[in-house]
Design a protein around this ligand. Sequence first.
Ligand SMILES: N[C@@H](CCC(=O)N[C@@H](CS)C(=O)NCC(=O)O)C(=O)O
Length: 261
Amino acid sequence: MGLELYLDLLSQHCRTVYIFAKKNNIPFEFKRVELFKDSILGRKMPGGNNPGHSREGQHCREEFGKVNILKKVPALKDGVFTLAESTAILLYLSRKYNTPDHWYPSDIQKRARVDEYLSWHHTNIRTNAPKTLWIKVLIPLFTGQKLPPEKLQEVMDELAISLKQFEEKFLQDKPFIVGSEISLADLVAIVELMQPVGADCNIFEGWPKLVAWRSQVEEAVRKELFQGAHERILNAQDLRKVQIDPQMKKEMKPLLLKMLK
Ligand SMILES: N[C@@H](CCC(=O)N[C@@H](CS)C(=O)NCC(=O)O)C(=O)O
């Protein structure tokens, strides 16, 4: 049995793994796990503990639980070996398939730069960028209620602080975070920043260095691959047409609203 990757390309974590595997010609079977698949009208009720997602997507099915007991995507299965967490998956793939050094450099100081970014990412860009999609698309979808514009502004202001730090501390005047070549740090960063773009938030406006960096990253991975991987998120507005079970809306509303506190 070959390598299997369990993904939903609406998820930024999944897109990072997908782009990395494709770019490096790693052979894998794409196992589609749609997070919102069973949330639509007439399906079962939610009841999980993560306000971030309905507990009734395909990731909640028993079968997927055998691959990742945490019931989150992405997940990897390589023979009998299973692995969760996008960063761990990226590192596993880079080591197993001996991908070009620039992704996760052997030079310890360059590697430390990648590690430094990946550590910072989780409590900064990771915490505020995806909220834009929740506020503009997903919360209205599940609650039937629009959030006040101040809520989005609050998140955009926090994101602007992170973008400033990203530019000043990590990118500086270099083409990529580590220097002249792309690494896992750039890939993780750009893919996360595409969540607000999918929510129609022009977060790159006023950041010319970030605009140039984005285009360099897209070119380094190959524009076609990048665009293809982002097709679903760039059409995230289409999710608005999905009809959610009214009972599910009732259940989800307090959880989702709590998420933004
Ligand atoms: N830290 C994890 C995060 C994984 C994660 O939160 N995945 C989300 C999609 S973006 C998910 O599967 N959520 C389903 C749920 O929480 O029910 C990683 O980097 O892989």
